[in-house]
Each structure stands twice: as C-alpha cells, then as structure tokens.
Write a protein that binds this ligand. Structure first.
Ligand SMILES: NC(=O)c1ccc[n+]([C@@H]2O[C@H](COP(=O)([O-])OP(=O)(O)OC[C@H]3O[C@@H](n4cnc5c(N)ncnc54)[C@H](OP(=O)(O)O)[C@@H]3O)[C@@H](O)[C@H]2O)c1
Length: 274
C-alpha cells in the first residue's frame, strides 16, 4: 500500500479508503470543520462519524466548504442504540442524512448489536440499501455469534464490521470469519487513545523505521488488511497519521505486533454493553 488514495473493494464493489479520519469527540462547529479541512489537505478522503457523536452537521458543513467533489469523499455514519428497530432506523437515517446534507451516505453502520433489535434494524438497512439511499451497509461491534444470527435471514451481507482493534486486541477468529464471509474489518480506537505508545516492542519497531508508535500501529493495520480510522483534531497528528504509506513493516515486525495480542479491550465488550 503506497498511497493514501488506495482503497479496499467492499463485497458489493464499492471502494472504501484504507485510511479514514475518526471524529468521535470532535466538537460540532469550528473544531470539526477545521479538522476535516486539515485532513482533506493531507489526503484523507474518508470520515467516520455517528449520530451519537453529535457532529454530523459539522461534517456536512466541511463537505460543502472543501474543494474535493462529493463523489471523491467517503462518509460513514451509524444508527445509535436507542433508534434501533425498523421504523426508528429509517427515521434516524433520514435525520443523519439531513444533518450531513448529502443525498446518499456511503456507508451506514449498525453501531452496536442491540439484543432483540438488531435484526429489525438490519431489515431497515437493507431497505435503505436497495433504495439507493446508502452505497453500502455494515455493522459495528458484532462478534461472530451476532453475525451468525444476523446472517440467518439477512438478504444483504454486511460490507464492513467496525471493531475495537489494536495490537492488544487482534480478534483473530473474528478476522478469519469476516474474511470468509467477505466482510471488511475496520479498526476503531486503533491508537488505543494513546495508551500503548510506550510498549517496548512498539517503541523498538518505531525507532527502527524512524516513525512514531502511532504510525507503526496504523501501518500494521493496513498490512493486516484492516481499514483504520484514527481520530485527531491536532493538525500535526492528522498529518503524522497520514504518513504511513512511505515505509513497510517486515515479517518480523508484523509477527512481533501480532504477537502482542492479549484479548484486551479498553472499551466496552459487545457481549456485555448495555
Ligand atoms: N464503532 C464504535 O463503537 C466506535 C467506538 C469508538 C470509536 N469509533 C471510531 O473510531 C475513531 C477512532 O477511535 P478513538 O477516537 O476512540 O481513538 P484513537 O483514534 O485510538 O485515538 C484518538 C486519541 O489519540 C490522540 N492521537 C491521535 N493521533 C495521535 C498521534 N499520532 N500521537 C499521539 N496521540 C494521537 C488523539 O488526540 P487529539 O485529537 O487531541 O490529537 C485522541 O485523543 C473514532 O473517532 C470514531 O470515529 C467507533
């Protein structure tokens, strides 16, 4: 992977950038607009938001103010847990779409697998997809058993599963399962919000390549064929996180990083999240 413009082809043929900008906790208004403008200048073409982040309007404003044509941008948003079910999901989608100010959303995700609801939510996602309101539909925080349940009567296979994923949580079984089903794995909190940057294995690989631990993790995502969406509102970090296409981790680096897995979650477990 040599360029920030490289994409993965989802299971319906839609192309999604391997690197995107996460905007959880980016404040609606000037902060998010400036952040997206900075990201776009650095080559980012994909933005990951959600209804619950309460910054979709800011994403929409930035989209209108940048010089990049809409069709070159890839916008992901998500239906939040209190809006799941068939009718509510359709309404929530329309609210998100209006806030974003777009005709079509590139990727719409079920944010969490709300027990007893997510199948009905998925029916609504399928309707939106079939009507061309979204270019692709997917899920987030779905473990294998959630996906198995969803696939029992799904007409459309999710294009993406967005999960907490980093060197301490590599989800090996889920990754294999997703590959078998043609579901693209995407990493949220890829940088663990900075919690593992001082790990000796990471520091030594970073020093070897003259890169930061953050850049090593993001490069490792790409080489594991995982879409990654680091968040930053800091111009120097936005730039740094995009400079991951000019070096390559060797087999030993990859083995070391893959070997750091401790099945450790810093955030909520989908099986116990309420
Ligand atoms: N589907 C889900 O349930 C879910 C859950 C969580 C997150 N997400 C998505 O995933 C995205 C990324 O995850 P995240 O925001 O939780 O965490 P993250 O990307 O792992 O880390 C972001 C934090 O790290 C800092 N940072 C960024 N780049 C850095 C660098 N090069 N060096 C040092 N520090 C750096 C940022 O600070 P500054 O901003 O201050 O620069 C921010 O505090 C979110 O924004 C959201 O879009 C999805």
């Amino acid at each position: 992977m040599r360029s920030i413009f490289e994409t993965t082809t989802l299971n319906n043929g839609v192309k999604m950038p391997w690197l995107g900008l996460g905007v959880y906790k980016a404040e609606n208004g000037k902060e998010i607009v400036d952040t997206i403008k900075e990201a776009v200048l650095n080559g980012y073409r994909s933005i990951d938001t959600a209804a619950v982040y309460e910054n979709e309007e800011g994403v929409g404003q930035a989209l209108r103010e940048i010089d990049v044509p809409r069709e070159q941008m890839f916008i992901t948003t998500k239906v939040w847990n209190d809006r799941q079910g068939f009718d509510e999901t359709l309404k929530a989608f329309e609210e998100s779409r209006e806030k974003l100010g777009v005709d079509v959303v590139d990727l719409y995700l079920v944010h969490w697998p709300v027990t007893g609801m997510f199948k009905e939510t998925w029916r609504a996602m399928e309707k939106l997809y079939k009507e061309g309101r979204v270019r692709a539909i997917g899920v987030s925080n779905f473990n294998i058993h959630h996906l198995e349940k969803l696939l029992e009567d799904a007409e459309v296979i999710p294009a993406v599963n967005q999960m907490e994923y980093h060197p301490l949580l590599t989800l090996p079984e889920l990754h294999v399962y997703c590959k078998e089903k043609g579901i693209q794995l995407e990493a949220w909190s890829p940088l663990t919000r900075g919690r593992i940057f001082d790990r000796p294995e990471l520091v030594s690989i970073a020093e070897k390549h003259g890169k930061s631990p953050a850049q090593v993790i993001l490069r490792w995502d790409l080489q594991n064929e995982v879409v990654t969406i680091p968040k930053s509102v800091t111009p120097s970090r936005i730039k740094q996180n995009a400079q991951i296409f000019d070096f390559e981790l060797d087999e030993q680096d990859m083995n070391t990083l893959n070997g750091m897995n401790e099945n450790h979650r810093f955030s909520q477990d989908p099986d116990t999240f309420v």
